[in-house]
Design a protein around this ligand. Structure first.
Ligand code: GLC
Length: 728
């Protein structure tokens, strides 16, 4: 019997109640559970979950962990339910399992999708060893407003970078050995769609954008994830132009299954179907069930709405049996794709969970990912790298010794016993002759008695101050929108006091978003963005601080001059009154600040210097169906080896819709020894110049284009080419 015949035979045997049962996913009350990451809703205890599984009324569980306990849950489904349909076991395994890697936004700063593929792969090995088949990741939301807290989970403000990391993370989670492999972790790009465009950066807020922006900015990372092999997707909480994503037929049926031919399942975000009532889109739970299900939402998470209402909707004919079967077929197909019918106990092997043999390699990877995610924003007077001997160092700040703000948001299963603090990393780097004083200086959010005085005294007794401040990790992630994207006042006060000592100040930022840097923080001699770097934080930062690794990260999000500059993103429209250096009146700017970023997308310094030669084009007349090559020569003009991210940007000068002042169309990180040069080339054809027109057709338009090959979205000298119209 073929797989599809097997699924059809199963569907033919299933009662309506059993079919509905396959469309419900609930919190896993049968095994150790993740810390509360969702509001309480429709809570079900272990006995009720066991009974539901035996009755064939639960198709999947989430956020439980443990192979042995997972095996017991699976045995209930396979051996004690009437048809023995296996459970799908999901979890929020976003950027690491026991070994924790940098938050996804931090990894995006590496501009190394291959690194993200490797960390996702390591995550998959650990998660599937712990009894998890399916992760609700990667988050692929493009976020252009840093007041929103969930940019931390994505790849930043740019769609090309977002696509590259979406693709890499799906490949990493799912692996190359096929979906039935024991260490394949099924991926779920989320949140479908445009969750990152919530108005005002206000969590769960409405999304009111043009279909052109939806198609050109927010949808491509999902398409990239599907093209990379993702067969599940999670629907978002937000509405899109007034229609909630989780009941959006255009999105989940016409586009996803019609235009894109997506074969897999759509799982709702947590109680997102229930929230249709609060949205004012459904009158009651039965109406909400009908709206969500008929729009294309297969799996209802936690609300119990499908459980309570779907069978009666089928009985009344508001939902046809064919529609119900189509949804069940997709869920059974996914379970069959990952091999659960042939091997229901895959990824439920306690012996593999207990095997520590991969941990050393994963920790080495975590250290490498940590240092590659670090962005050096400023390094006045080459105050960095620090010396390991002959230099007295004061390590100050609430994050100096901290272990509770190392992992970042959405870390549910991290092994905290293996976390390396900043102090531990610095001491390990300095060895027994460390001339190091460590002071907290202030609390996580509040001053501490005598804290500033002790920190100032430490500064006076030292040659340089390293100040570890920023956002407590609770400030980013879900339901953490902020109006002022700054460091807490107590941190700012500590920075001001330390700056007043006159000692060189190195600020280590800990952050889940771009921040507005003010006063002594902005004026510090050196500013290092360290995000939340995970298990190996201390070693990764120390490697950069002391020059054992030359930083090469670049900003995936624009750092503003002020919190009021949101949304802020580099690929914005020029407007009819762009500010010009010599003309500031009646121009597109704020009274307080210009429209520019303080540190723009793509910016990142090194301990060496690089010289970029002029961009050279293989032709200045690009035929409609031709490809041109854009090349530059990059030289390491400094004293140490280093890496630089070579970035290709284009601007369409005149088009039927105004086009961004720049758009990233390629990037390539290269390593160069001192004095070494390398040629870097990019291929450009009209597919990279296409955009969605007023007629909603995606196409390029003939005309003049500017091209930059440079090291940030604000640098470089453009050269021009013309895209010639099609012949005939
Ligand atoms: C949360 C998040 C989603 C997560 C889900 C399950 O509310 O929005 O990203 O996967 O619920 O925990």
């Amino acid at each position: 019997m073929s797989n599809s015949e097997r699924i059809e035979a199963l569907i033919a045997q299933m009662t309506v109640e059993e079919k509905v049962g396959q469309l419900g996913i609930f919190a896993d009350a049968l095994r150790p559970f993740a810390p509360e990451v969702n509001p309480e809703a429709n809570a079900r205890g272990a006995a009720e979950v066991r009974a539901g599984i035996r009755a064939g009324k639960i198709g999947a569980l989430f956020n439980g962990v443990g192979a042995a306990e997972g095996r017991q849950a699976q045995r209930l489904a396979v051996e004690e339910s009437r048809l023995g349909i296996p459970l799908l076991l999901g979890a929020d395994v976003i950027h690491g399992m026991r070994t924790v890697f940098p938050i996804p936004l931090g990894e995006a700063a590496s501009f190394e999708p291959e690194l993200a593929r490797r960390t996702a792969r390591a995550t998959a090995v650990e998660a599937t060893a712990a009894g998890i088949h399916w992760t609700f990741a990667p988050a692929v939301d493009v976020a252009r407003d840093q007041r929103w807290g969930r940019g931390a989970e994505g790849a930043g403000e740019d769609v090309l970078l977002g696509c590259a990391f979406a693709r890499a993370r799906v490949q990493g989670f799912q692996g190359q050995a096929g979906l039935t492999a024991d260490d394949c972790l099924l991926a779920t790009p989320k949140h479908f769609a445009a969750y990152g465009a919530v108005a005002g950066g206000l969590e769960y807020n409405t999304v009111d954008i043009s279909e052109q922006t939806l198609r050109d900015v927010h949808l491509p990372p999902f398409k990239a994830a599907f093209d990379a092999g993702a067969i599940t997707v999670m629907s978002a909480f937000n509405d899109i132009n007034g229609v909630p994503a989780s009941a959006n037929r255009w999105l989940m049926t016409d586009l996803l299954r019609g235009a894109w031919q997506f074969p897999g399942l759509v799982v709702s975000d947590y109680t997102a179907d229930m929230e249709l009532i609060a949205h004012g889109y459904a009158a009651d739970e039965r109406d909400a069930t009908r709206c969500a299900f008929t729009a294309g939402l297969d799996l209802s998470m936690q609300s119990g709405f499908y459980d309570r209402n779907l069978a009666s909707l089928v009985a009344s004919g508001e939902v046809t049996l064919a529609q119900l079967d189509a949804s069940v077929r997709r869920v059974l197909w996914v379970k069959q794709q990952i091999g659960l019918f042939d091997n229901p106990y895959r990824s439920l092997d306690p012996a593999r969970e207990a095997d520590p043999s991969h941990l050393a390699a994963h920790e080495a990877l975590a250290r490498d990912a940590a240092r590659r995610s670090i962005v050096l924003l400023k390094n006045q007077g080459a105050v960095l790298p620090l010396k390991k001997t002959g230099q007295k160092i004061a390590l100050v700040g609430p994050f100096a010794r901290d272990t509770k703000n190392i992992e970042g948001c959405w870390t549910l299963f991290g092994d905290r016993t293996r976390y390396v603090t900043l102090e531990a990393g610095v001491r390990a780097a300095l060895g027994e002759h460390a001339q190091l004083i460590v002071e907290d200086g202030c609390g996580l959010e509040e001053p501490i008695d005598g804290g500033i005085e002790a920190a100032v005294a430490a500064a006076h007794a030292s040659d340089v101050v390293v100040l570890a401040i920023g956002e407590p990790q609770s400030y980013s992630g879900e339901a953490q929108s902020r109006t002022q994207i700054v460091v807490p006042p107590a941190h700012q006060a500590l920075a001001e006091a330390l700056a007043a000592t006159g000692k060189p100040l190195v600020v280590l930022l800990r952050n889940g978003r771009a921040l507005a840097l003010h006063g002594a923080v902005r004026k510090a001699a050196a500013i290092v963005v360290t995000w939340y770097l995970g298990s190996q934080t201390g070693h990764g930062v120390a490697d950069v601080l002391f020059g054992d690794y030359n930083p090469a990260g670049c900003l995936p999000v624009s750092f503003p001059q002020d919190s009021g500059q949101q949304p802020l993103f580099y690929n914005r429209s020029r407007t009819g009154r762009p500010e010009l250096p010599h003309m500031r009146e009646f121009k597109s700017r704020w009274r307080e600040v210009t429209a520019d970023a303080l540190y723009p997308f793509g910016h990142g310094l090194s301990y060496t210097t690089f010289e970029y030669g002029p961009a050279q084009l293989s032709t200045t007349q690009l035929g409609w169906d031709q490809t041109l090559t854009a090349t530059t020569t990059v030289t390491n003009t400094g004293e140490v080896a280093g890496e630089t991210v070579v970035q290709l940007y284009v601007h369409d000068r005149v088009a039927s819709r105004v086009r961004p002042v720049r758009e990233l169309k390629g990037f390539n990180k290269i390593a160069l020894r001192p004095g070494e040069s390398a040629q870097v080339s990019f291929q450009l054809d009209r597919s990279l110049l296409a955009f969605t027109g007023m007629d909603l057709v995606c196409r390029a338009e003939p005309g003049l284009f500017d091209v930059w090959i440079t090291d940030s979205s604000a640098n470089g000298t453009p050269v021009q080419f013309e895209l010639c119209p099609p012949k005939g």
